[in-house]
Write a protein that binds this ligand. Structure first.
Ligand SMILES: *[C@@H]1O[C@H](CO)[C@@H](O)[C@H](O)[C@H]1NC(C)=O
Ligand SMILES: *[C@@H]1O[C@H](CO)[C@@H](O)[C@H](O)[C@H]1NC(C)=O
Ligand SMILES: *[C@@H]1O[C@H](CO)[C@@H](O)[C@H](O)[C@H]1NC(C)=O
Ligand SMILES: *[C@@H]1O[C@H](CO)[C@@H](O)[C@H](O)[C@H]1NC(C)=O
Ligand SMILES: *[C@@H]1O[C@H](CO)[C@@H](O)[C@H](O)[C@H]1NC(C)=O
Ligand SMILES: *[C@@H]1O[C@H](CO)[C@@H](O)[C@H](O)[C@H]1NC(C)=O
Ligand SMILES: *[C@@H]1O[C@H](CO)[C@@H](O)[C@H](O)[C@H]1NC(C)=O
Length: 544
């Protein structure tokens, strides 16, 4: 795969390489001691074309620059200077891994940070682990931290695990009592990772719901005709009765494509429910108005952070100014959670570095130990690690796409459930409002005034069959006539029905045909039970 790593003789090289690296670290520290100046190379791997990557890159650069320009960063007699090397992964794990290899071998970086996806993180962690270089990743993962910290001791996960967020999704599903849901995910470049969907499945089972259908589509970047592939997938979903869709593990470009098609195909209508997760909601501000208009009524989960610290305000305005001039093609310039985490990674690293210098040993193991024992208040929240993963459980905010942007609804934390004001959190106790649902109020898809049922009429080309009494004594109400080759249904009841349910082909609402039935009313009703009237609606006919 990569030179010096996977071939049998490669392990020998990498041993020598690690030895040299340790020697180099030692030397650089010795130099530092004599001159009072230590240069520290660090590497960053980001997806330069994604919104998340752009935020990460700029935030890291600002944090590094501010650190280098801060005269108090002497400990106590030595000045540190960070030299940043940024590489683009293009969301490709192999490209990320070879970048990591190059950063370590050519630039002797002492830490690697960034990474948007777990796949990139896993390969970079592998490379970093062999060279004993700490890797600080921002990707969320379903993998258990206690396992990954054993597999890759040099990996530091600057993110929360996925299980808390999936619990939040399950709580939303529970308050509205949707019994079955559909998940949609975008596969990663090298295959699927169903871990997050599995976590959701467990969380849903705990609240009495289940995933009825899992749809995974290939990664957007691999598709020659994304529109056709996404339409094809959605077509399959449209033929089902279920209308609760949860988007797990998808990139922003995938999600924008998906909603554009879903809207056109009538899947954003009344009774539908769409839930998106943090990785997309956190960058929702950067989405343009035509995409937002196709996402009306979507619920999103977003990691909450506080704007209050004075240092944050400084960073915030600097970020905004620089982001605007560097990325004029974007039309939203404020930093999101990924920018803040990126900034906090640099803080974590510099704190650890300065502490390290008070220790006698200068190996990367000491640096790692110092990173893992970090404990401070960063811009994104409290930074503390357990098993190499952020250990402070996040507070999420539920948002609701509405109008030109979105509304912020309730907060959620795993110990309390939903709550309205942040002050409430200190109250303690779990006050999940199972009856009322979110305090909201929620703007549902299609402008529905109540909570959606989460199911709709399937439209797989099959017509719903509406039974009509064939012979009645009151023909003003219903009259069935057979003329030549045409059968007509007329009368007051038919008019009312057609006014209430137009037989429309342009959305999924209802496509039906009238079927005359000759028999008693009771027998007619029985046909519904026997599924003669609509074979595709299975046993839940009582709901109709
Ligand atoms: C460095 O800091 C000084 C004073 O704190 C400030 O005036 C100067 O603009 C800063 N330089 C950069 C490049 O940020
Ligand atoms: C400079 O560094 C010190 C110590 O790390 C920190 O307390 C201070 O806030 C920093 N100043 C700025 C402007 O970042
Ligand atoms: C820092 O430098 C001063 C004067 O050069 C010296 O007295 C002091 O011991 C140094 N401190 C450390 C921790 O090396
Ligand atoms: C909005 O964004 C989508 C996806 O990024 C893009 O395809 C579309 O052309 C944009 N529309 C406008 C009006 O900028
Ligand atoms: C660190 O160095 C000091 C003096 O150089 C020595 O007394 C101490 O034992 C060393 N500590 C460790 C843990 O090696
Ligand atoms: C996920 O993180 C939370 C804290 O944020 C922790 O309590 C929980 O045990 C973690 N779950 C796993 C599977 O690591
Ligand atoms: C409803 O529309 C479908 C498709 O256009 C058609 O086959 C069906 O006969 C129509 N039903 C009624 C009652 O007009």
């Amino acid at each position: 795969m990569k030179k010096g790593i996977s071939t049998p003789s490669g392990s020998c090289y990498s041993f020598i390489f690690i030895f040299c690296l340790l020697l180099f670290h030692g030397l650089s520290s010795v130099n530092g001691d004599s001159s009072g100046d230590t240069t520290v190379n660090i590497g960053a791997i980001v997806n330069a074309n994604s919104r998340i990557g752009k935020e990460q890159k700029l935030a890291i650069e600002i944090a590094v620059q501010n650190f280098n320009n801060n005269s108090t960063n002497k400990n106590p007699n030595r000045t540190y200077k960070l030299v940043l090397h940024v590489r683009d992964s293009d969301r490709d794990p192999l490209q990320a891994a070879s970048a990591a290899d190059e950063l370590i071998n050519k630039h002797q970086v002492q830490a690697i940070l960034g990474m948007e996806t777990w796949q990139e993180t896993a390969l970079v962690a592998q490379v970093g682990n062999r060279a004993q270089v700490p890797v600080l990743s921002m990707a969320t993962s379903s993998a258990s931290a206690s396992l990954t910290s054993m597999q890759w001791p040099f990996l530091v996960r600057m993110s929360n695990n996925g299980s808390t967020q999936m619990k939040c999704v399950a709580d939303i599903v529970q308050v509205y009592q949707w019994k079955r849901v559909i998940t949609i995910s975008e596969d990663d470049t090298y295959g699927s990772d169903s871990g997050m969907v599995d976590l959701l499945s467990n969380a849903l089972r705990a609240v009495g719901s289940e995933i009825e259908y899992r749809m995974a589509l290939p990664p957007l970047s691999s598709l020659s005709d994304p529109k056709a592939t996404i339409r094809h997938g959605l077509e399959k979903l449209r033929s089902k009765q279920l209308r609760v869709f949860i988007l797990v593990q998808s990139s922003l470009p995938f999600v924008t494509h998906l909603f554009t098609e879903a809207k056109e195909m009538g899947l954003m209508e009344k009774e539908s429910v769409w839930i998106i997760t943090d990785a997309v909601t956190s960058v929702l501000d950067s989405v343009n108005s035509s995409v937002i208009s196709s996402m009306q009524g979507v619920l999103g989960i977003k990691t909450h952070f506080s704007y209050s610290s004075p240092l944050f305000k400084e960073f915030y305005s600097e970020f905004k100014r620089k982001f605007r001039s560097r990325y004029p093609e974007e039309d939203y310039f404020e930093p999101g959670i990924y920018a803040l985490r990126a900034h906090d990674i640099i803080s974590t690293l510099t704190r650890a570095m300065m502490e390290k210098s008070t220790s006698n040993s200068s190996t990367s193991i000491v640096l790692l130990e110092k990173i893992l024992s970090t404990d401070f208040n960063g811009f994104s929240g409290e930074i503390r690690f357990t098993d190499g993963e952020l250990s402070i459980s996040p507070i999420f905010q539920i948002v609701n796409v509405f109008g030109k942007s979105y509304k912020e609804l309730d907060f959620w934390s795993s110990d309390i459930g939903f709550f309205k004001n942040l002050g409430e959190k200190s109250g303690g106790g779990r006050t999940l409002r199972t009856k009322e649902g979110l305090i909201g109020p929620v703007n549902w898809p299609g402008g529905l005034q109540r909570a959606p049922l989460g199911w709709g009429f399937p439209s797989n080309g099959e017509l719903m069959r509406i039974g009509v009494p064939g012979k009645t004594s009151f023909q003003k109400f219903v009259k069935v006539e057979d003329n030549e080759n045409k059968r007509t249904f007329t009368g007051f009841c038919i008019d009312i029905f057609q006014a209430a349910f137009p037989n429309r082909t342009n959305d999924y609402s209802l496509l039906y045909e009238f079927v005359p039935f000759h028999g008693l009313y009771d027998e007619l009703v029985e046909q519904v039970y026997y599924q003669v009237m609509n074979p595709s609606l299975k046993t839940s006919t009582s709901a109709y």
